[in-house]
Design a protein around this ligand. Structure first.
Ligand code: FPP
Length: 237
């Protein structure tokens, strides 16, 4: 089978990576950014078209205040430091989620970075922040209801295509491969709609250790699978 067009990743285990080394949790997030940089670079090199990563969930606000602040600063600083390098690598960036809950300076930084990279034609990097899969579906349905009240859309029964067209990920093909690190077998409210037919791969390393070789293992595993989309193996022959 061909390599996946779209890889989604639940980057898990930063805290445990740090704890194992006697470091504060935030040290894990810092090295987590290095891992993400490497994965972005490799995905670009091998011709992956879309990479979608779960960077902050709607539930993550419940973490200790200083960890939440650290993550917000980390998003800001990483954008500041990396945007030129991403541009050089022809990466197109999107930040998707309920961005309006972030502080205005971070929102502005996100907006400017996304705009700067919007004409790029290489890897599409989607960073999901203040994101929840259920929240996304609720937002989509509310948008449909609103546009019907204003009669900009037709009033037939709501279809799968209608919902698809109003997700944050509209226009982006569904992930072929969903990777989660740190051995956890959970979806944690990530891309609930979009992963309907994704192949799932669980890596046993913590996110800061998920590098080129680990990504290649996940892709190799994907390539060996038979995707049937509900059909029998015989029908696929
Ligand atoms: C999960 O590990 C990790 C996060 C919630 C944060 C992920 C963020 C990054 C890797 C930084 C990304 C940066 C940019 C700019 C997109 P955890 O803290 O849940 O680990 P644990 O389960 O071991 O506690």
């Amino acid at each position: 089978m061909e390599i996946p067009q779209h890889i989604a990743i639940i980057m898990d285990g930063n805290g445990r990576w740090a704890k194992k080394r006697g470091l504060p949790r935030i040290a894990g997030h810092k090295v987590g950014v290095d891992a993400l940089k490497e994965i972005v670079k490799v995905c670009g090199e091998i011709g992956i078209k879309y990479l979608t990563v779960y960077a902050f969930s709607t539930e993550n606000w419940k973490r200790p205040q200083d960890e939440v602040s650290f993550l917000m600063n980390l998003f800001f600083d990483t954008l500041e430091r990396e945007v030129n390098e991403l541009d050089k690598n022809n990466v197109r960036l999107r930040f998707l989620g309920r961005l309006m809950d972030f502080n205005p300076k971070l929102q502005e930084k996100i907006e400017n970075s996304v705009e700067k990279l919007s004409k790029n034609t290489g890897l599409n990097l989607n960073v999901m922040v203040n994101y929840g899969g259920r929240a996304e579906i609720v937002d989509a349905v509310n948008e449909i209801a609103e546009s019907r009240e204003q009669k900009t859309e037709r009033g037939d029964k709501i279809s799968e295509q209608d919902i698809q067209n109003h997700l944050y990920t509209r226009g982006i093909p569904d992930p072929d491969l969903l990777i989660r690190t740190a051995s956890e077998m959970r979806i944690s409210n990530f891309l609930l709609w979009q992963i309907a037919y994704a192949e799932i791969y669980v890596a046993d390393v913590f996110w800061p250790d998920f590098r080129r070789a680990e990504l290649m293992k996940a892709i190799e595993s994907f390539c060996k699978r038979e995707r049937r989309y509900g059909k029998t193996s015989e029908q696929l022959k």
